[in-house]
Design a protein around this ligand. Structure first.
Ligand code: GTP
Length: 366
C-alpha cells in the first residue's frame, strides 16, 4: 500500500488534538532543552512528521495541548500555514495529564469527532479507517490498538467479537491478549465535555475505565501496521532511522528516503561512512575514517577521525573525539567526549560535560 493510499482524505468534519505537554523524562538530557515532540528526528522536529500525516488525511484544524516548554511549539509552527493547517495552542498552567489536557482544549473544538494523538507515537495506521470504525460502530470512544510481540511491557486491552473493549488490564507477566493501547483515539465530542475540568485526569487510569463501567461503547480498532512509541533513547534512534529509510510513512522527510540523511552544510569526509538510516544535522562534520550508523546527530556536531557512533543520539554542538566509541549512548548538547573514550549500554552524558581523553570506558551516566 502506498503512503498516499494510507492517507486517504478523511471527511473534513474531524478535528485533531495532539498531546505534547509531557516532560519526556526518559529522554533526558535531550529533553532538558527541547520538549520531546520538538527533538530533531529524520531532519525535522518529530511532531512535523505526525502533523504531515494528519494533514494528508484531510484534517485542517489541530489543537496542540501544551504544558512543558509550551512556547517552543508556537515559535516553530506558528499558525501552521506552511503545513496547510490551522494550528492552535492550549497551554496548561500545571500539567493536566492526558485526559485533563484533552478537556482543556474542549472550547476550541467544534467537530463531532475528535482525533486525539499522543505526540510521541510513530504509526502507519490509516486514520480514515480509524474514523470509519468509530462512525460505523457509533462508538463513544474508539482506540487504536496495536499488536505487539511482547505485551508484558504494556497494559493490554482485550476486545470481544464485535471489537468492543472489555477491559483495561494492568501490566502482567501473562497478558491474555497481545493488543495494547497505541496512544491514538477518536472521541465523540460530548465525551470530552464530560471529563472533569481543571485537574489532572488520565485517559488510561480514569476516563476509559469509567466509560466502560458506565456502559459506554468503547471500540477497539486493531491494526498491525508500523507502530513505535519513541519515548526512550533506543526507540528514538530506531524511529528516526525508520523515517529516514522510508519504513514508516511521512510527508515531512527532507529529500527522499535513503540510508542516510545529511542536512544543509553537513560534511562527511570521503573516508568516513554514514548509514543505517542516520540523520546528520546542519553543519555537522564527520571526519576521515569515522563511522556513524543508525544514529541521530543534531546540528553542529563534530565526529573526529576514526570515531564510531552507533545507535546513539548526539546533542547540538557536541564533539566526539578521535577514536571514541559510542554504542547506544545519549550525548547532551555541547558535551565533549574525549578521544578514545568508550560509552556503551545506554550511558548518558549531560549537556556541557567534558569527558577526559584517552581510553576512559563509561557504562554509567555522567
Ligand atoms: P516520560 O516523562 O518519559 O514518560 O514522557 P512523557 O512526559 O511524554 O509521558 P508519556 O510518554 O506518558 O506521555 C504520553 C503523551 O502524553 C506524550 O505525547 C506527552 O507529551 C503527553 N502528555 C503527558 N502528560 C501530559 C500533560 O500533563 N499535558 C499534556 N498536554 N500532555 C501530556
Amino acid at each position: 500500500m502506498s503512503t498516499d493510499d494510507r492517507d486517504r482524505a478523511a471527511p473534513s468534519t474531524a478535528e485533531a488534538v495532539v498531546l505534547v505537554g509531557g516532560r519526556g523524562v526518559r529522554l533526558r538530557p535531550l529533553t532538558l532543552s527541547a520538549p520531546k515532540p520538538m527533538l530533531p528526528t529524520a531532519g525535522v522536529p518529530f511532531l512535523r512528521h505526525l502533523l504531515s500525516r494528519i494533514r494528508a488525511a484531510g484534517i485542517e484544524h489541530v489543537v496542540l495541548g501544551t504544558s512543558y516548554k509550551a512556547e517552543v511549539f508556537a515559535e516553530h509552527f506558528g499558525d501552521g500555514a506552511d503545513l496547510g493547517l490551522r494550528l492552535e495552542y492550549a497551554v496548561e498552567p500545571q500539567p493536566l495529564d492526558t485526559a485533563g489536557a484533552i478537556r482543556n482544549v474542549a472550547d476550541r473544538l467544534s467537530a463531532d469527532d475528535v482525533l486525539v494523538f499522543n505526540g510521541d507515537i510513530l504509526s502507519g495506521v490509516d486514520l480514515t479507517d480509524l474514523l470509519a470504525t468509530h462512525r460505523s460502530t457509533a462508538a463513544d470512544v474508539t482506540l487504536h490498538l496495536v499488536k505487539v510481540s511482547d505485551p508484558r511491557r504494556f497494559g493490554c486491552v482485550p476486545t470481544d467479537a464485535d471489537g468492543r473493549v472489555t477491559a483495561f488490564l494492568e501490566k502482567t507477566d501473562d497478558p491474555p491478549v497481545d493488543q495494547v493501547n497505541a496512544g491514538c483515539y477518536v472521541f465523540r465530542r460530548e465525551v470530552i465535555d464530560r471529563i472533569p475540568a481543571g485537574r489532572p485526569v488520565s485517559v488510561e487510569r480514569e476516563t476509559f475505565p469509567e466509560l466502560l463501567a458506565s456502559g459506554a461503547r468503547v471500540q477497539g480498532h486493531v491494526d498491525t501496521s508500523y507502530w513505535l512509541d519513541v519515548g526512550t533513547p533506543e526507540a528514538f534512534v530506531q524511529g528516526s532511522a525508520d523515517l529516514v529509510r522510508g519504513v514508516v510513512p511521512t510527508h515531512a522527510l527532507p529529500g527522499g528516503p535513503g540510508e542516510a540523511l545529511l542536512l544543509d552544510g553537513a560534511s562527511v569526509a570521503p573516508g568516513a561512512s554514514v548509514g543505517g538510516g542516520s540523520a546528520v544535522g546542519a553543519g555537522c562534520v564527520v571526519e576521515d575514517g569515522a563511522r556513524v550508523e543508525g544514529s541521530v546527530l543534531f546540528d553542529g556536531v563534530r565526529v573526529a577521525a576514526g570515531a564510531v557512533v552507533e545507535r546513539s543520539v548526539v546533542g547540538a554542538g557536541a564533539t566526539i573525539g578521535s577514536g571514541a566509541v559510542l554504542r547506544g549512548a545519549v550525548i547532551g548538547d555541547r558535551a565533549h567526549v574525549g578521544a578514545g573514550c568508550e560509552l556503551l549500554d545506554g550511558v548518558r552524558v549531560w549537556p556541557g560535560v567534558e569527558l577526559p581523553e584517552h581510553g576512559v570506558r563509561f557504562s554509567a551516566d555522567c
